[in-house]
Design a protein around this ligand. Structure first.
Ligand code: FES
Length: 284
């Protein structure tokens, strides 16, 4: 299975269908606020993995009830709940998928295809149960559960092996040594300008001074590792934010909260102090 998914990552034949679907998703989910909501910007965490708990929980519970006598009605209700809640979860997933790298989109396409087949089987299961064909409904339900389980496995590969929608920058903290690190002389630090500095020689951070306050933030974008130091500072909802040059995620400079996707994760701010006129930072 691992070897097969590695082949899928590299299979450019999937790109034609993927590129078409990406255009449809981007053309359909146009309002930025809707896209941000689906990315999980308001939560500070990706929304799709949280949303899939509802259909998966309902479908697994229905499968357990299907194995018990006299539970047709609650099993039918749970299959209906799972099928209805799968659609918004799928839309959130497609929204995340459209902003992934190409190799991730290939695997994401197969993940989406498996789950679409699973959802179709569950829709058939629901229709069969509602028309009194409970044996057929159960059979389609078990087939659906097998298919969405395969989809979940592929989704696990996408998230944990390929790093889709996980925080790409936080591992920088694990490489940073303890103690305070000097970054810049306050006397020479310009106002309202993004400056890039390195900690421990290879961990990039950005500095942004506003009056006597200085923000120090990891430079690597949590979405796909874009260079925030090459981004722009924009005022969004009354707050100065750094906007990633790659896909437009924006993070508040006075707290690191994500205010604009596709990142669903906040950015890490580092503590600061001034020692003898020198700005220093350390691990949080
Ligand atoms: S890398 Fe995608 S928004 Fe920054």
């Amino acid at each position: 299975m691992r070897a097969l998914l590695t082949k899928v990552e590299q299979d450019s034949r999937l790109d034609r269908a993927g590129d078409r679907l990406q255009k449809v998703v981007l053309g359909t989910l146009r309002p930025r606020r809707l896209r941000d909501l689906l990315h999980g910007v308001t939560l500070g965490h990706p929304l799709h993995p949280a949303m899939v708990q509802v259909p998966v929980g309902a479908w697994i519970s229905a499968a357990v009830l299907d194995l018990m006598p006299g539970q047709r009605r609650p099993a039918t209700v749970l299959v209906g709940l799972g099928t209805a809640s799968a659609l918004p979860a799928a839309i959130a997933g497609l929204n995340d998928w459209a902003a992934l790298a190409r190799d991730q989109r290939r695997v994401g396409l197969v993940h989406a295809a498996a789950n679409t087949v699973g959802m179709t089987l569950y829709a058939g299961s629901l229709a069969a149960r509602l028309s009194g064909r409970h044996g057929m409904g159960r059979a389609l339900g078990f087939l659906g559960l097998s298919t969405v389980s395969l989809g979940a496995y592929i989704g696990g590969h996408l998230a944990y092996k390929q790093g889709a929608q996980v925080n790409q920058s936080i591992s920088e903290l694990h490489r940073m040594t303890d103690g305070w690190h000097s970054l810049a002389d306050m006397a020479t630090l310009p106002q309202r300008t993004l400056i890039t500095r390195e900690v421990d020689d290879d961990i990039s951070v950005i500095l942004y001074r506003h009056g006597d306050e200085v923000t120090v933030m990891l430079e690597r974008c949590p979405h796909q590792s874009g260079p925030l130091g090459e981004g722009e500072v924009q005022e969004i909802d009354g707050h100065a934010c750094v906007v990633c040059p790659w896909h437009g995620s924006a993070f508040r400079l006075n707290g690191g909260e994500v205010v604009q996707g596709p990142s669903g994760n906040d950015q890490q701010i580092l503590p600061t102090r001034i020692q003898n006129g020198v700005l220093q930072t350390r691990l949080p």
